[in-house]
Write a protein that binds this ligand. Structure first.
Ligand code: CP
Ligand code: NVA
Length: 311
């Protein structure tokens, strides 16, 4: 299989086989890292890291995964470059494409990532937009595979803001890979119909059951409970309304017990606001895999860059 030259923008355009290939490579990259084996596979290559929004994991994963293999990552925030201000995104893309082997973009509009990919002629990786967080979804599914051996037929339940980038990308990847995915969210925060309509036929093919409900009792039978912040980056003005809507959806020990399974794992993309979407005893407790999940960001991102940058 070759993914050489491909961008990763939403995961919708990756086949289940291509996603499985990336996950398999991620496990291999992790095993190599555990043995202390670092190669020079990005020697002579350059990576532009464009950030409109803040990041700890995504930036560090891309920068260290690329740099430790001999590549040269360059961090560029909107304080540093013209990105739609004074110079069009198209022109920035054209220029970056002449100087870099690949571009990572984290920001607001999905359209910016798409425009960068269209005009740069190099792979563009979506490191989070308002709509999608595909590299996160890869790490999440890798973590499920580590915990359960497979993701197929497992029950992943997302509790919280059902319309956010993380929930949306999970809906895409679970539909592709045959993982049952339930979004428990107040009706006001349902994932949009367009995405549900796009993923429904994909899920039908893989056998994944996708459910959207406001009923908290739907956690029953969950193999993994997943949550994310109630207020995503760029939505700070919605704080009061979100806290009101989502307070009944906090993941706490009581909710973990409601799954009826003792070995339900807890997942969170991080950063977490302890005491809001999750209590400290759950995220810091024995069933939490949030820290493995964070580590797996690096392995999956390295695998993605290996697959798309090395022939
Ligand atoms: N999960 C995640 O994307 O973390 P950062 O915002 O720290 O990159
Ligand atoms: N939904 C969160 C994810 C952070 C990784 C946000 O967009 O802020």
């Amino acid at each position: 299989m070759s993914l050489f030259g491909r961008s990763l923008l939403t995961l919708l355009d990756y086949s289940p086989e291509e996603i499985r290939y990336l996950l398999k490579l991620s496990h291999k990259v992790k095993a190599e890292a555990k043995k202390g084996r670092v190669f020079n596979r990005f020697n002579g290559k350059t990576l532009a890291l464009l950030f409109e929004k803040r990041s700890t994991r995504t930036r560090c994963a891309f920068e260290t995964a690329f740099g430790e293999e001999g590549g040269h990552p360059v961090f560029l925030s909107t304080q540093d470059i013209q990105l739609g201000s004074k110079e069009s995104i198209e022109d920035t893309a054209r220029v970056l494409g002449r100087m870099f082997s690949a571009i990572q973009f984290r920001g607001f509009k999905q359209e910016t990532a798409e425009t960068l990919a269209k005009y740069s002629n190099v792979p563009v990786y979506n490191g989070l937009t308002d709509l999608y967080h595909p590299t996160q979804a890869l790490a999440d599914l890798m973590t499920l595979e580590e915990c359960f051996g497979t993701e197929k037929g497992k029950n992943l339940v997302f509790v919280g803001d059902g319309r956010n980038n993380v929930a949306r990308s999970l809906m895409v990847i679970c539909s592709k890979l045959g993982t049952n995915f339930t979004v428990i969210t107040p009706a006001e925060l349902n994932p949009d119909n367009e995405l549900r309509e796009r993923t429904a036929p994909i899920a039908e093919k893989s056998g994944a059951v996708i459910t959207v409900t406001s009923d908290i009792n739907a956690v029953k039978g969950a193999d993994a409970l997943y949550t994310d912040v109630w207020i995503s980056m760029g939505e700070e003005d919605k704080r009061d309304e979100r806290v009101k809507l989502l307070s009944p959806y906090q993941v706490n020990q009581n909710l973990m017990e409601k799954t009826g399974k003792r070995d339900t794992i807890f997942l969170h993309c991080l950063p977490a606001v302890k005491g809001e979407e999750v209590t400290a005893d759950v995220i810091d407790g024995n069933n939490s895999r949030a820290w493995d999940q964070a580590e797996n960001r690096k392995h999956t991102i390295k695998a993605l860059m290996l697959a798309t940058l090395i022939k």
